[in-house]
Design a protein around this ligand. Structure first.
Ligand code: Z2T
Length: 824
């Protein structure tokens, strides 16, 4: 009552969302949080003041969200375990969710400040490599928007994904100091701390009740400290939690008890503890079997499970019902050690019998696989695993012993089956197969696109799928239409909302289809083109300021941004650019649709060929962009440090989206969806989610080329010979020859030898085999682009028909088919 009366009389200064209220709150925060008067405040201070003002308005929903999880044991809570959450800049997204962007813009304008400049100032937490981490962030957004109680559990890396600089054409990695200034969106939770043990030995001990229990004497113990980031759903009602763990030394040691030698080793120990969450491993697909990485994985898994058990316990529910409190999703195998850790906590720590514990465990977990590359499946060498997690290795052996017993009993006719299904790869050296552990310990296993899930069942996890057919399923990825359309593309969003209202923002699939009927409407087409032009100008401005490259907003913006990988075939794209360049030089009078070819993406620091590809793009850009013979017709740009923020500028500006991986290699892709819902038309192979996107938009609205998965397998079985593709294709031979001879390396003929030799003699990803089909398809795309009405129609239909690629749809499917959690 009292609170209500006060709201009516004078609004609470911390929740008031009126223009005037926001203005006052920003000024108040500017003074009290940054210690600056208006006159002396720098951009960063304004940012901090605005961020705190927005955060204040989220706290009520945030606290309620936590209470809902901690006090309502009747609703199963989703725990999304992921080593990466690539959440991107927070300020703009949070204002959008709360619906306070415009009043805040006005409030700041009245203070002489530009909201967009302040939003752009925010350092981005780069706590992920790419697709997998960004998917986790989109899923958190959808869970909150759909009002599903959820906690995302992950790692608070002190250094996230490296910052990429391009020096003289080559990638240079710089440390990402995203915490240089305090991050206003996190609350350190002193109350949520758990001890995590590492290394050491195990032995049997008799418990007071006479039963035998395994005791684990660790070599080290570290403390995991929770840092919470709020994830507010669209509309601002529901708020979930992203809980990231930071490793710390167990406790400040007591100086008086140490002599000099112990003092030194204690400080040393403290340093070791803090090393665990220091830095994100910058590899996307192929994992790196490093001891510290296993330590990172175990730290966040153990702390998260202890936290869940603590929440479960505080609800007063018996341990045997843990799976009714939490549904745990394993985002790839990075957290798969959770299967063994939950068994350890239930059996060793809480004294549960093995069978009950196993039943609880297998009803709790579900596992998402994200790759088809066999070299990307995590496997830990046994000695390393034993050194870091001695007790878990014993538990893995016991899980395996019981599992293989059931395998042999069910299939006595196939004596080799146990070897293929085993959690242990017995080739020497021996390994723990994490995908097998995750599959055996889960009640569901899913791939991330229809084709991917089929290929998982057929090839990559074929034996497991045959043994557990009921576990395997598909949930096609999606992206959030809030960040990836409403926030990043205000021009197109306004154009859409003018016709169909704003409900598409949280009912994307249902509403966006209504654009179909305007596909040929000349007025609507004109508005659509104007929005695209605005976005192309925005990117042109970015390219000019950071790259000093002049793009022409009238040109076809042809874009490939994603991690650099041979299977994604950025080099196929470059070969195509070189061939176009040669055509233009040979035939200056030819009909040619002006193109701006834009690349962006990071290479894993140790991935030599990926770094060669970056260098090649930049060297080709240097030649093409300075050649007056093609000026105004062909431009090439490599945008450095592609990340969420630059993605928010790049996706909206694209006309043509390059999704050209070799069929059967890309699990899903999500950039394809971000481009698509921003009105880019796709040129792509039948790979990953491209297949479903094409089915949705219609084959006439998609530029398809390349071998199919089955054709690829047939070619490879027959013995692929890349050089054979040079014979009938002089354009391809010429391009490769130019690269080899130094045309694109300032005369240095040795420079691109490794890349060219690889293509000529190995070409694992069939670049040469798909080149001709790619060139033809590009020509078709250019011809269509030359007809603006036809192109715009395609662009509108792409957006209208991509409704299913909202992550809200993906999350609904997880809720219904995997988590068994109610959802609207
Ligand atoms: C990653 O981003 C992806 C797969 C991985 O396999 C690892 C990482 Cl870090 C272990 C990507 C896939 O390559 C991409 O196709 C997919 O769209 C994305 O995960 C999300 O599922």
């Amino acid at each position: 009552m009292a609170a209500k009366r006060r709201t009516a009389a004078s609004p609470d200064p911390r929740t008031d969302c009126s223009r005037e209220g926001l203005r006052k709150a920003v000024l108040d925060n500017l003074f009290y949080a940054t210690g600056h008067a208006q006159e002396n405040a720098a951009r960063g201070d304004w940012y901090t003041a605005v961020a705190y003002t927005v955060r204040d308005r989220m706290l009520k929903a945030w606290v309620q969200g936590i209470e809902r999880i901690a006090a309502d044991g009747d609703v199963r809570c989703v725990a999304y375990l992921s080593a990466e959450f690539l959440i991107g800049p927070q300020l703009g997204a949070n204002m959008l969710a709360l619906g306070i962007t415009e009043p805040m813009r006005e409030a700041l304008a009245s203070l002489g400040q530009d909201l967009d400049a302040i939003v752009f100032h925010e350092p981005e937490p780069g706590l992920g490599n790419g697709g997998l981490g960004r998917l986790a962030a989109c899923f958190m957004d959808s869970l909150a928007t759909l009002g599903v109680p959820a906690i995302g559990y992950g790692i608070r890396y002190e250094f996230g994904m490296f910052r990429q600089a391009i020096e003289d054409g080559a990638q240079v990695e710089l440390a990402d100091k995203w915490l240089r200034r305090p991050f206003p969106w996190e609350l350190p939770r002193g109350g949520q701390q758990y001890e995590v043990r590492l290394g050491g030995k195990t032995h049997m001990e008799t418990a007071p009740d006479g039963t035998l229990r395994v005791q684990w004497t660790p070599a080290k113990t570290v403390t995991a400290c929770a840092h919470d980031i709020p994830v507010v759903g669209h509309g601002g009602t529901h708020c979930n939690l992203l809980r990231l763990w930071r490793a710390e030394a167990v406790e400040a040691f007591d100086f008086s008890t140490f002599n000099a030698g112990e003092y030194f080793s204690s400080v040393h120990d403290k340093i070791f503890s803090e090393t665990i969450t220091k830095v994100l491993y910058p590899n996307d697909d192929p994992y790196q079997g490093k001891q510290l990485r296993l330590g990172q994985q175990y730290l966040f898994v153990s702390a998260s499970l202890q936290d869940m058990l603590h929440i479960h316990h505080s609800l007063g529910k018996p341990l045997e019902t843990f799976h009714t409190t939490f549904a745990i999703q394993l985002n790839d195998t990075h957290p798969a050690v959770a299967v063994a850790e939950l068994m350890r906590l239930l059996v060793d720590v809480h004294g549960m019998d093995w069978d009950t514990a196993w039943s609880v465990t297998t009803q709790t977990f579900a596992y998402t696989n994200h790759t088809l590359l066999p070299e990307a499946l995590e496997k830990w060498p046994l000695p390393l695993f034993a050194e870091v997690l001695p007790r878990h290795l014993e538990i893995v052996y016991e899980i395996n012993r019981r599992f293989l017993e059931s395998v042999t009993a069910a299939h006595p006719e196939d004596p080799d089956l146990a070897r293929r299904l085993s959690l242990i790869d017995e080739t020497s050296p021996r390994f723990v197969r994490m995908a097998h552990l995750a599959t055996v310990g889960s009640k569901a296993v899913n791939g991330v696109a229809a084709l991917h899930s089929e290929l998982l069942k057929r090839d990559v996890l074929g034996d497991l799928a045959a043994f557990f057919p009921e576990k395997f399923t598909n949930v096609t990825n999606g992206v959030t239409p809030r960040r990836w359309l409403a926030l990043c593309n205000p021009a197109l969003a306004a154009c859409i909302s003018n016709r169909i209202g704003t409900r598409w923002q949280d009912h994307f699939e249902e509403e966006i289809i209504r654009l179909e009927e305007f596909a040929d409407d000349p007025d609507f087409q004109a508005q659509w083109q104007a929005a695209k032009l605005t976005n192309k100008q925005r990117l042109t401005h970015l390219a000019k300021t950071i790259l000093r490259v002049e793009l022409d907003p009238a040109a076809l913006f042809d874009v490939q941004v994603k991690r650099i990988h041979e299977y994604k075939r950025q080099h196929l794209n470059v070969l195509r650019v070189i061939a176009l360049y040669n055509r233009l030089r040979r035939n200056p009078g030819m009909d040619f649709v002006p193109r701006a070819v834009i690349f962006g993406g990071k290479a894993a620091p140790a991935y030599y060929l990926a770094k060669q590809i970056i260098l090649l793009v930049n060297r080709v850009a240097e030649v093409v962009n300075t050649d007056p013979a093609v000026a105004g017709r062909l431009r090439v740009a490599f945008v450095p440090n592609f990340n969420v923020r630059s993605g928010q500028v790049i996706y909206p500006a694209a006309d043509l989206s390059q999704q050209i991986s070799l069929a059967g290699k890309e699990a899903s892709g999500t950039g394809n969806m971000k481009f698509g819902i921003n009105g880019a038309v796709t040129i792509g192979t039948l790979d990953g989610a491209n297949v479903e996107m094409r089915a949705c938009v219609g084959e006439e609205n998609f530029f398809l080329f390349g071998l199919t998965t089955d054709e690829v397998q047939a070619v490879q079985r027959a013995g692929y010979s890349p050089a054979a593709h040079l014979e009938g294709n002089p354009e391809l031979a010429e391009a490769l020859d130019q690269i080899r001879s130094g045309v694109f390396s300032r005369g240095d003929a040795g420079c691109f030898r490794p890349l060219v030799d690889n293509l000529l003699h190995r070409d694992e990803y069939l670049v040469l085999a798909d080149f001709a089909s790619y060139m033809d398809c590009q020509d078709r795309a250019a011809r269509t682009y030359a007809d603006p009405a036809a192109w715009t129609r395609m662009s509108i239909l792409n957006v209208a028909r991509l409704g299913m690629f909202s992550s809200d749809r993906s999350i609904r499917e997880y809720c219904r088919n995997i988590w068994n959690v109610p959802v609207e």
